[in-house]
Design a protein. Structure first.
Length: 504
């Protein structure tokens, strides 16, 4: 596989270059390659069924990526599981994937009930093998073989394993390296845990271009003081995160070019990128380019992109997610799969070589979401969008469409307008149900600086502004105010927890 071959070449030509930095450890390309050869050799000698996935459990350690490469070099895809994932969910993943081997990279010792998986600590694997261990490239995963399987949440409450093949990943990495200014020995931030596919946006483009990955941990994110100290020493050049994560950083006035003088590229994916965040970034990092990208795990991280510069900011009230990568088509269709016309809203369908073959072992779910279109895999995203001037615009989840007292509306549209208020830094709108019916809407808000003494005065001022842009039935009945809003371990806004918060 091209990607593995490139990493192998770097391990010879740039053997002493850093590949990965975590708070506790740094490894070179040479170490990454030779240690992963040991893992591969160990796995080849294990009685594993052909192509059976290997679970890799840990949090941002270099041994995680050593194990990922070790797995794929032995012909087995890996399933990354972050330590923030609860044990019951891990058990469901093991059951659903029929994994037989679990590499524990974390120092945490634990046993899993009711499961036939063999747990082995990372150190036990590498300590027993010689430095010169090598496996044949014949063993590597290739073409349509799975490279990794990432579990995402399913609406039934059971996680779904998205299978990403070597070809899927290669198409993604080729695009990143070709169409973004990220090439050549650069320092990439890794914010997202490996169980979230946003991490793939920095991990493999970095390794495919001789770059180095600077990983931050959940402990650092929980203590902004340490996070900012780490940033200061980091030399980060390429930033990849969710918009929510950078928004959290922007709350600190020291998050500027002075803190990260080498930063030249911001890459965002996974959530709506608000205009206000882009404006602040361009102001605080005048040398940097900001890119919005869009895509689901099922189509390998991202499939569209656009640079958000001052021109784009002036032109649009809600930012576009851009145009598709060259090898991919985006269709916008109605319920009958007829393409809608320009400017009209439809479901976003992604067609191309980075679309997954489906969910591991879940044919029914696969058949519902995936299909073949003109000889290529197509994924029905469940996202709404429209096209204008050759740009794709994201218009929320089809299932975020709600009905309140008979009116159809989209929560994200309401959030967008509240966030435009001068009194608001961030807003999340939560529908409150009674007997399966939405009774009213509540807005959870992080306010900006304001002069009001009482919360009801602030609410009055925001509602007054909203009444100029939204019909009365779309203005939330209740407003609650917070210093911050909870995020999921992936760095996205945690709507479930916010709902619990507003109900207290
Ligand atoms: P995930 O598979 O966790 O990456 O989530 C994919 C979903 O995140 C997409 O289907 C969209 O609903 C949302 N998403 C991804 N990128 C963007 C973006 N740039 N703007 C708005 N929503 C996005």
């Amino acid at each position: 596989m091209k990607l593995l071959k490139i990493i192998k070449d770097f391990s010879y030509t740039h053997s002493e270059n850093t590949a990965f930095i975590s708070p506790e450890k740094e490894i070179t390309y040479k170490q990454l390659w030779s240690e992963s050869e040991k893992v591969a050799s160990f796995l080849i000698n294990e009685p594993l069924p052909n192509g059976s996935p290997v679970i890799v459990y840990g949090h941002m350690e270099p041994e995680m990526i050593i194990s990922f490469l070790g797995s794929v070099k032995s012909g087995h895809p890996y399933i990354p599981i972050d330590t923030s994932i609860p044990i019951e969910r891990i058990e469901k993943i093991i059951e659903s994937s029929s994994s037989k081997l679990f590499i524990n990279v974390s120092k945490q010792s634990f046993s899993l009930e009711n499961s036939f998986v063999k747990i082995i600590n990372f150190d036990e694997i590498v300590d027993n093998l010689s430095e010169n261990t090598e496996v044949s490239t014949e063993n590597w995963v290739k073409e349509d073989d799975n490279f990794y399987i990432i579990y995402t949440s399913g609406s039934t409450g059971n996680p779904k394993g998205v299978q990403i093949s070597a070809n899927n990943l290669q198409s993604f990495v080729d695009w990143m390296v070709k169409d973004f200014p990220i090439n050549g020995n650069l320092q990439f931030l890794n914010q997202a845990p490996f169980s979230f596919d946003l991490s793939v946006m920095d991990l493999y483009p970095a390794l495919a271009s001789g770059g180095h990955i600077f990983a931050i941990t959940k402990d650092m994110i929980a203590k902004p003081k340490y996070l900012f100290e780490a940033f200061k020493k980091s030399n980060i050049q390429i930033w990849t995160s969710t918009p929510s994560f950078v928004q959290m950083c922007l709350m600190d006035p020291s998050f500027t070019e002075e803190l990260l003088p080498e930063l030249t590229v911001f890459l965002f994916c996974g959530e709506i990128l608000p205009v206000s965040i882009s404006q602040q970034l361009l102001k605080r990092f005048p040398k940097a380019k900001v890119f919005n990208t869009y895509g689901p795990t099922e189509a390998t991280v991202a499939v569209t992109y656009v640079e958000i510069n001052t021109e784009v900011l002036q032109q649009y009230e809600s930012l576009p997610v851009g145009k598709s990568k060259e090898d991919t088509r985006i269709l916008l269709v109605d319920e009958n799969w007829n393409e809608v016309s320009e400017g009209e809203k439809g479901e976003i369908i992604i067609v191309g070589p980075s679309v997954s073959k489906g969910y591991l072992g879940q044919k029914d779910l696969t058949d519902k979401a995936f299909t073949s279109f003109e000889g290529q895999m197509a994924y029905k995203t469940g996202d709404a969008g429209y096209k204008e001037n050759d740009q794709l615009f994201y218009k929320g989840r089809m299932d975020f469409q709600i009905k309140l007292h008979g009116y159809r509306m989209e929560l994200e549209e309401i959030e967008h307008h509240i966030a435009q208020s001068q009194y608001v830094k961030m807003a999340v709108v939560v529908p409150i149900y009674q007997n399966d019916k939405i009774e009213y809407l509540t807005a959870a808000i992080i306010p900006s600086e304001h002069v009001f003494e009482k919360e009801y005065q602030l609410t009055g001022a925001i509602k007054k502004e909203l009444s100029e842009v939204l019909p009365a039935y779309m203005i939330p009945r209740k407003f609650s105010y917070y210093d911050d809003l909870p995020m999921t371990p992936n760095g996205k806004i945690d709507r479930k927890q916010i709902k619990e918060k507003v109900l207290v």
